[in-house]
Design a protein around this ligand. Structure first.
Ligand code: ADP
Ligand code: MG
Length: 946
């Protein structure tokens, strides 16, 4: 059955995951490029082709199951064994891809999808055949096989009793790997759980994942250092209905066909070298053990992958580890195998990613010989089926591929357009806000101090600009808003003063009026008037009395005369009567006069009262005026104080501005310096890397020469051979030293990069905070310097950091590439490989002697250097002591200086309150002269103050 069509090489797919949070936080750049439309991956100058590439610009990860694993599930039903291997460094996404993690990938992972497909298919075939499914889940940790489902059976019985809970692993005998007589590998002593439903199988996966041993390493604290193998065994009993030729009814004695196939789903341990995990002690030991499994896997792969070796029938070291032993069927055996190489796109993982890709690339060359357990189908039929399957797969790939490509392109376009749109919007906003500022300033300048309403509106306008969510130069908006505030305040003050003045004027006017009114009263001497009137009335009274007396007398006389009644008397009587009449009239007159006088007196009284009221009013107005004046005074004082504090603030701000300017200059210098250093370092690294590349290439060609030499029968025992061997050894040593140098630089560079990225992250956070209107928390995480940077300086620093990160990233990838190359060579040379071409004892002895000389020489040089270092250290110690001393002196001086400054401040403050006290001046001067003999800044400010 070993026809060519049955041979199929291991299919290798690459899964590139996106950058994850940690890597983003470290400022990693992507260094993996996927060729569009081709399953090609590129890192630096290295390019690889695989069967499929998923993620990061390749096919979508969701297509992986359909393209890589679904055919294997179908194959299971035809009796083909299958294996899916997830390979890659820790944190590259193996567990995620397989779906053996507890939280992630349980829906999208391959195993859950396998289970779905399996049960769907069983459902459609159930009426044609009988099925039996078993699952086992084991893990290989430190070269020991652990049964992950052991607890399942126990927990089942426990839950049956109604006591759910955690179950400890029972003390069963260790699981052993056995090979049956027909070469089938079995695990003796592992739990095989019979499952009937999808839910039962999923429960097994979950339970096993839970009990899987995990440990934390540098790369990924959830990752595992163990290989986990989830195995599904499918047994089928197919009834073959042989139709009897005579009656055409199905024969009751049916043939039965039995198939049994296994699907291994393997989540391998992290492929990184032990030293990269940064763990020691026990961890390192585990690391080495894991490496043993993966190392053996690598050797198996390379033995199987080398066409020549395979033809020569070179021994494949399956037995070197439990892993390879268990996977013997899957690699170069009776299995269809898919390897999924998981890689991270981050530059810091470039070396490991390259190693993974090289490893996976070798695996592509492995030829498997999958066979169906029962061979009833003719080979032609099988050929046709195979073809059909291929065609179907291709069709599937084509159908899925074309539109998704288009969508990808369109998506890219949309993203680009959106980004451009955003940029333009931002620009527009910026211009708008700037225009608004200019306009506002313009109108204000024209109109001068206006009403409150106006200034309020202005303020609000600026606030709305401030609080708007688009970015605006912070410094500008800040300065403006405070300026506006100031102007508004001044207007407010002016306006207030104005209204107050007006009020005061009004009061004054009223007062004047009242006072003039009062004056009208004030001109008349009321007492004299009263006196005058009184006298007048008395006089009138007197006159009246006299007139009445006269009248009485006249009346009496008339009576007398009437009694005497003579002619003369008649005449006299008449005269008297006339007189009397005149007198009567006079009395009447007097009476009238008197009445009018009384009336006048009354009026006088009234006007007196009015005057009194007026007086009171004047008093109250005067009081109001005093109050108002006080208020004005108070306000003026407040304003003066505010103005003074404002000026002080302004002065401070100016000072701060100068400080900021200074900081900015310092930062710029720092940026420049750091960039230069980085540039120098990367250049040095580039030179070392280039040298390593040259050495490696030179060795490749010399190795070829040597191999030619050694296969031929030339026995050049003479001088020339000795020389060439020595040259070769020198070369080897130089390569080794160079690898060390590059690795050292690589590590240093990664540290630098991490530090740069750290700073960048913080700066971006601060930026974000200030964009959202929060003031950055000063001194948080000890990064006060970073959070106190002005926005402009921050932007500059961010740009500079990004620039440096880019530079560093490129250098890292380049170094990683050469290191991976060197490691590859080293791997090939380990063991006998290095000395393969040493055929003669004489050569070996000569070389050994040469090596001895080199070693002795090196030791001596080392000793010399040690001595030198010791001397230099002593010098350094002296210098450090000196430095400490001068630092102490400096501190003392700074302390003195501070004291002086304090004294000056106190002096200035008191001089301000007793400004014109010459005595005080003298005192202060003396104080200053005494404490600060020469201090230009102080004396200048002093003059200004004066
Ligand atoms: P490994 O098993 O190789 O150590 P994990 O599967 O645990 O790696 O993945 C490491 C981290 O990367 C996890 O947090 C996981 O969520 C994330 N991750 C891996 N692959 C992807 C992917 N294709 N898409 C998104 N995140 C992924
Ligand atoms: Mg994992």
């Amino acid at each position: 059955m070993d026809t060519a069509s049955e041979n199929c090489s291991v299919k290798v797919a690459v899964h590139v995951r996106p950058l994850i949070g940690d890597e983003r936080a470290q400022g990693c750049k992507e260094c993996v490029a996927v060729t569009h439309g081709n399953p090609q991956v590129q890192i630096g100058t290295h390019s690889f082709t695989f069967d499929h590439v998923y993620g990061n610009g390749g096919s979508p990860s969701s297509a992986m199951f359909g393209e890589c694993v679904a055919p294997l599930v179908d194959g299971l039903f035809q009796g083909y064994n299958a294996t899916v291997l997830a390979y890659g460094q820790t944190g590259s996404g193996k567990t995620y891809t397989m779906g053996t993690g507890l939280r992630e990938g349980f829906q999208t992972g391959l195993i859950p999808q396998v289970m779905n497909a399996l049960f769907n298919k069983i459902e459609t075939l159930r009426h044609q055949m009988e099925f039996q499914l078993h699952v086992s889940f084991i893990e290989i940790l430190k070269e020991e096989v652990r049964d992950l489902l052991d607890s399942v059976s126990v927990s089942k019985s426990v839950t049956a009793n109604g006591h759910a809970g955690k179950v400890s692993i029972s003390g069963r005998p260790p699981i052993q790997i056995r090979e049956s007589s027909n070469g089938v590998i079995t695990l003796a002593g592992s739990t095989e759980v019979a499952v009937n439903t999808l839910q039962e199988m999923a429960a097994c996966l979950e339970q096993g994942s839970l009990s899987r041993a995990t440990g934390s390493t540098n790369m990924n604290n959830q990752s595992s250092r163990s290989h986990a193998i989830f195995t599904i065994t499918l047994e089928q009993m197919r009834k073959l209905h042989s139709v009897s030729p005579d009656n055409g009814t199905p024969d009751e004695d049916m043939d039965e066909e039995y198939f049994c196939a296994k699907l291994h789903l393997v989540d391998l341990a992290g492929s990184e070298r032990a030293k990269r995990t940064g763990s020691d002690g026990l961890r390192l030991k585990e690391g080495i053990h894991i490496n043993r499994g993966l190392l053996a896997l690598g050797n198996v792969i390379s033995a199987l992958g080398d066409e020549k070796k395979r033809r020569e029938g070179v021994h494949v070291p399956y037995r070197d580890s439990k892993l390879t032993r268990l996977l013997q069927d899957s690699l170069g055996g009776n299995s269809k195998t898919v390897m999924i190489a998981c890689i991270s796109p981050a530059d810091i993982n470039a070396e490991e990613s390259l190693n993974t890709l090289k490893y996976a690339n070798r695996a592509r060359n492995i030829q498997n010989k999958p066979v169906v357990n029962r061979d009833l189908i003719s080979s032609d039929m099988q050929k046709l089926r195979q073809q059909l399957k291929y065609l179907q797969a291709e069709l599937c790939a084509r159908a899925g591929g074309a539109p998704s490509d288009e969508v990808q392109v369109l998506k890219g376009r949309i993203a680009w357009l959106e980004a451009t749109n955003e940029d333009l919007c931002q620009e527009l906003h910026e211009y708008r806000s700037r225009r608004a500022v200019v306009e506002h300033c313009g109108t204000d300048a024209q109109e001068g101090p206006v009403s409150f309403v106006k200034s309020d509106g202005l303020k609000r306008g600026f606030q709305s600009i401030d609080s708007s969510d688009y970015q605006m130069d912070e410094a500008v908006s800040d300065g403006n808003s405070s300026e506006i505030e100031e102007v508004a305040k001044e207007w407010e003050h002016a306006l207030w003063q104005n209204t107050m003045d007006k009020e005061l004027n009004e009061l004054n006017k009223r007062l004047e009026q009242k006072e003039s009114e009062m004056k009208l009263f004030g001109d008349i001497d009321t007492e004299a008037l009263r006196h005058h009137f009184g006298k007048k009335i008395m006089e009138l009274e007197e006159e009246k009395r006299i007139v009445q007396q006269e009248r009485d007398r006249l009346l009496a006389e008339i009576e007398n005369l009437a009694a005497n009644s003579d002619g003369h008397t008649q005449k006299m009587q008449d005269g008297h009567t006339l007189k009397l009449k005149a007198l009567e009239a006079q009395i009447l007159e007097l009476k009238k006069k008197q009445e009018s006088q009384v009336e006048l007196l009354k009026q006088k009284h009234k006007s007196d009262e009015a005057a009194k009221r007026l007086q009171a009013e004047i008093q109250s107005i005067k009081a109001q005026k005093v109050q108002l004046q006080n208020k004005i005074k108070q306000e003026a004082e407040q304003f003066r104080q505010w103005k003074a504090s404002r000026e002080k603030e302004l002065l401070k701000l100016k000072k701060e501005g100068r400080k900021n300017e200074f900081e900015r200059h310092k930062l710029e210098a720092l940026n420049q310096r750091q960039k230069m250093v980085l540039q120098r370092k990367t250049e040095e690294a580039a030179i070392a890397t280039k040298r390593l590349k040259e050495l490696l290439e030179a060795r490749k060609s010399s190795a070829r020469e040597n191999s030619v030499n050694s296969t031929g029968y030339t026995t050049p025992t003479g001088q020339s051979n000795e020389k060439s061997l020595q040259k070769w050894l020198e070369h080897e040593l130089e390569v080794s030293a160079n690898v060390h140098e590059v690795r050292f630089k690589y590590e240093k560079q990664s540290q630098v990069q991490a530090a740069l990225a750290d700073e960048l992250t913080i700066l971006k956070q601060v930026d974000q905070l200030s964009l959202n209107g929060h003031s950055p928390q000063r001194g948080k995480n000890g990064h006060s310097r970073l959070s106190s940077l002005s926005p402009n300086a921050r932007m500059e620093r961010i740009a500079s950091l990004e620039n440096m990160l880019n530079m560093s990233s490129k250098a890292l990838v380049e170094m990683a590439s050469q290191l991976s190359e060197a490691e590859e060579r080293e791997r090939a040379l380990v063991g006998r490989g290095r000395w393969n071409h040493l055929r003669f004892m004489g050569d070996a002895k000569n070389l050994l002697q040469y090596m001895f000389n080199v070693a002795a020489e090196t030791r001596f040089q080392l000793w010399e250097k040690d001595t030198e270092i010791k001397e230099i250290k002593e010098q350094l110690n002296d210098l450090v002591a000196l430095l400490k001393q001068s630092e102490a002196q400096r501190k003392e001086l700074v302390k003195q200086q501070r004291m002086r400054e304090q004294a000056v401040t106190i002096a200035l403050a008191s001089s301000a309150s007793v400004r014109f006290s010459a005595q005080h001046f003298m005192f202060t001067w003396l104080l200053i002269l005494h404490t600060a003999p020469v201090h230009p800044v102080l004396t200048i400010s002093w003059h200004e103050e004066i």
